[in-house]
Design a protein around this ligand. Sequence first.
Ligand code: GDP
Length: 441
Amino acid sequence: MLDNLSGRLAGVVKSLRGQARITEANVQDTLRQVRLALLEADVALPVVKDFIEAVKTRALGQEVLTSLSPGQALIGIVHEELTRLMGGENADLNLAATPPAVILMAGLQGSGKTTTSGKLALLLKNRKKKVLLASADVYRPAAIDQLRQLATQVDVSFFEAGDERDPLKIAQAAQDHARKQFYDVLIVDTAGRLAIDEAMMAEIRALHAAVKPVETLFVVDAMQGQDAINVARAFNEALPLTGVILTKLDGDARGGAALSVRHITGKPLKFIGVGEKPTGLEAFHPERMAQRVLGMGDVLSLIEQAQGSVDMAEARKLADKVKKGKDFDLEDFKSQIQQMRKMGGLSALMDKLPGAGQMAPPAGVDDKSVNRLEGIINSMTPQERRKPEIIKASRKRRIAAGAGVQVQEVNKLLKQFEQAQKMMKMMGKGGISKMMRGMKG
Ligand code: GDP
């Protein structure tokens, strides 16, 4: 996510860090690089201009030039201004309404509206809300099916509209049903078009007037680049939006819209879509995003994600073993791999680690090779997993054949495992400092 931007900005940050003297020329040069990086990431021009101006005014003031660590001070300003640009604080969903609180989903076709409706339903269900999903997209029967399937997948109720073909009537009937059945939240998915047209705007305006949503969320695809902002502006003028959701930030979109949306529309970016699955939705935290973009990592989101997906019992078992200096076996190795996968895979993790977003993973380690590792371990017998030292040539050949890999790969895995095991033993016995020494040796 935003890899190029954070790569470039992290470079700027690195060159500033520890600079003992900063001159006006340094500041100008830094700002020029930041400006280029933002423009390349598709951040809207007026946004870039205002941002650079704000940083410049502060950077040329006393704050930086007289600071004891001017480089650090300048980084601090860029971080603060980036945070402010994106809205300052996280804006959560507002559900303060007489139940059911209605959430109206707006956006162009293909933006990810339906998928995001399902993601939001799951998020609210996890917050112990009783959620009803309804589709007012009468133009595409497939869209209704898609939402019905999503509802089943995330296990929330779906409103069946029967033969009704009028989006207004469907939405009202859903609201009625939600009221009678004591739902906390009703999410109404609406029809999208391929481009903004008056008929669509009139329809969604009528829907808005009929169901009086507390949240009117505009869903937009980050891959649209600069266009995402133009569409957002048009919707914002036609409808009283309460927030924006930017989807597909997991792809290689340049992602500048994440930085521009707030400034251009005045509406908060509430969530970002980071995957096709129902769990691929993250609350948007401007400060954390600014950190991520500056290559400082987003450890907080990582922890939240870990809490949501890691099997704590499993993690504790492992920590216990390490503490006691017990043998770390291939079964544990596999469980580590699985935990990592649950947290979105290696690339998702790297994205949030300080400085790691710009780093390539260690040679030969990527999500695919991690899958292969698991495949190899799966081809072993329980006894082999517990006592890898018994794996000699003939067993290696059998395992390799079972996993569909070359024998060398089995050897490589055993070597990697041995290293991990050594490290675990050292952590168990002598703590981190000993481990560092061990790694050097
Ligand atoms: P709608 O026409 O606006 O309802 O769009 P859909 O919900 O059908 O989504 C269009 C496509 O985008 C589908 O293939 C989704 O799986 C995909 N999609 C939606 N959100 C995301 C996201 O955050 N990341 C990725 N990678 N794909 C997404």
